[in-house]
Ligand binder design. Structure first.
Ligand code: CTP
Ligand code: MG
Length: 278
């Protein structure tokens, strides 16, 4: 069976969360987001090797975390290593793909790209997404699988050119039908060769577009991809949706952090209850 590599994007600073350290090292109920994310990946029992992508100033701390006895025991069965990421999330993922190339990982391996910030993602959900991607690859039916949840808000498309303009007016342009919308989560799981191809195509487009933009300043910059599936879609590759979970929420703002703290307290109470009863 093809191996599964997780690329754990952890190189961000967490500016919106606003702690004085990188978000992946922020503690949530006594354990860092990064450690919690790795706990989930290990417990899913479907990941062979997790590669953590960090910024240069995070590297030493990350190396120490993965050497700790408690963590080594918790993640037994899953190899864990640390690699340098890049300036944007996309660059970090690309750095992870380059690391897999250096390791000469077989091209039919699966890659699960995961945000360290989605540190409460249920292990069963991780297994569900990997199973779906594995099935798609085996039957050549699709190149990847992505967890999604329904959207609760009505989403508007706004006139981006005017966003931030001096008068502060932003005009509403469109309202996509809500039942056609889903919020994408991670891990997003793809065949390694397909994800690499999609990244290379995207990087080529960015180069062409920035070369063009420097000659013609009226040109709109190319949209920055905020997830991996969007690159696959742009490259015309088939990606399927799998049921996500509200617990796979991304911790982005101080409100998310509060909510996550309360959720973990509830979950731990439930765990205690089950242990006491059983
Ligand atoms: N990430 C990354 N490399 C970057 C930027 C982000 O690996 N150059 C990771 C983050 O560490 C995070 C995930 O991508 O786990 C999702 O990004 P986000 O929630 O935006 O985290 P930050 O970029 O750290 O937060 P902010 O945008 O508020 O600064
Ligand atoms: Mg960010």
């Amino acid at each position: 069976m093809p191996a599964v590599y997780a690329l754990v994007a952890a190189a961000g600073s967490g500016s919106r969360l606003g702690f004085d350290q990188p978000k992946a090292f922020v503690e949530l109920a006594g354990r860092t987001l990064l450690e919690r994310a790795l706990d989930g990946l290990a417990r899913s029992e479907v990941i062979d090797h997790a590669i953590i992508l960090v910024s240069p100033d995070m590297r030493e701390t990350a190396e120490k975390l993965i050497q700790q006895d408690f963590n080594r025991a918790s993640w037994a069965g899953m190899a864990v290593s640390v690699t340098l990421g890049g300036g944007e999330r996309m660059d970090s993922v690309w750095a992870g793909l380059e690391e897999l190339a250096r390791r000469e990982v077989p091209e039919d391996s699966l890659v699960a790209v995961h945000d360290a910030a989605r540190c409460m993602t249920p292990p069963e959900m991780i297994a569900r997404v990997v199973d779906s991607a594995r099935y798609g690859a085996k039957h050549q039916a699709w190149s990847g699988s992505v967890p999604v949840v329904p959207v609760v808000d009505t989403i508007k498309v706004v006139d981006q050119a005017r966003a931030g303009s001096a008068d502060g007016e932003i005009l509403l342009e469109q309202t996509p039908a809500r039942d056609t919308l889903r919020a994408a989560q991670t891990p997003q799981v793809f065949r390694l060769d397909e994800l690499r191809e999609a990244n290379l195509e995207y990087l080529a487009t960015v180069e062409i577009s920035s070369a063009h933009a420097s000659r013609n300043t009226g040109n709109q910059p190319l949209m920055t991809a905020t997830d991996d599936a969007s690159l696959m879609e742009m490259a015309g590759k088939k990606v399927t949706a799998v049921d996500g979970e509200l617990l796979a929420m991304k911790i982005t703002t101080p409100l998310d952090y509060r909510v996550a703290t309360m959720l973990l307290a509830d979950l731990e109470d439930t765990d205690k209850g089950t242990t006491e009863e059983g």
